[in-house]
Design a protein around this ligand. Structure first.
Ligand code: DC
Length: 222
């Protein structure tokens, strides 16, 4: 059976993972959060004291890294060299490391095979930055999901403070805008909508409405 692939791209804080998880649950697909893969590499680089701006040093460490995915009712689990790092990768410092390592072409090439393999084996809702443009350019449905900077910063702030992390809204917004700039202006696989993506701005709609729109698009295309 050929799999049905839904690609959801967009900047940080646009609710991609939340929506992807809910769409996957509704349709009986698996959710694949590719940001978690970059975060896991960022975590490994951070834990080993490697400079994330030193592309050669980061690339040299890739053969030491093994990433595995697990799929549950509540979404994806991710394993770094056998350890479940699904929570650790959400630390704020790892966001910056992930953004930096994700600009390195060798890191992107390292993850491409894994991403394409899971999409060929399952019906997937895969979220990231370049899923519709690079990873699955012939995905059956492509969404580019976004929201205003103010709304996205507030969501990230609420998410981190709910986990007990001490952060300021101003710092979160500044860091987020810097990461977005890096992610959308890098030479390799920048975060831009595919020509055939449906753009959803969810600043003023609920998660449920956002999920419903994607489910309807799926019904029309399946
Ligand atoms: O979605 P996220 O915040 O968990 O992603 C972490 C970083 O990884 C983010 O800075 C962008 C990068 N990323 C990427 O370059 N390509 C993807 N497909 C997914 C994430």
């Amino acid at each position: 059976m050929k799999s049905f692939r839904i690609a959801i791209d967009g900047p940080s804080g646009a609710g991609k993972s939340t929506v992807a998880k809910a769409v996957a649950k509704k349709l009986g697909f698996i959710q694949v959060d590719t940001g978690a893969m970059y975060r896991s590499i960022g975590l490994y680089i951070y834990n080993n004291g490697v400079d994330p701006d030193d592309a050669a040093a980061v690339t040299a460490r890739l053969p030491e890294i093994n990433i595995d995915l697990g799929f549950t009712e509540d979404g994806q689990r991710i394993y770094l060299n056998g350890e479940d790092v699904s929570e650790k990768i959400r630390q704020n410092v790892i966001s910056l490391y992930a953004s930096k390592v994700s600009a390195i072409p060798e890191v992107r090439a390292f993850l491409l095979g894994l991403q394409r393999k899971v999409a060929s084996e399952h019906n997937v809702v895969m979220d990231g930055r370049d899923i519709g443009t690079v990873i699955l350019p012939d995905a059956e449905l492509k969404i580019f999901q976004t929201a205003s900077n103010k709304e996205r910063a507030k969501r990230r702030y609420d998410e981190l403070t709910a986990k007990g992390q001490k952060v300021s809204l101003e710092d979160i917004r500044a860091e987020m805008e810097q990461r977005d700039y890096n992610d959308s202006h890098r030479a390799e696989a920048p975060c831009v909508p595919a020509d055939d993506a449906v753009v959803i701005d969810n600043s003023n709609i609920t998660i449920e409405e956002n999920v419903e729109i994607i489910a309807l698009l799926y019904e029309m295309r399946k």
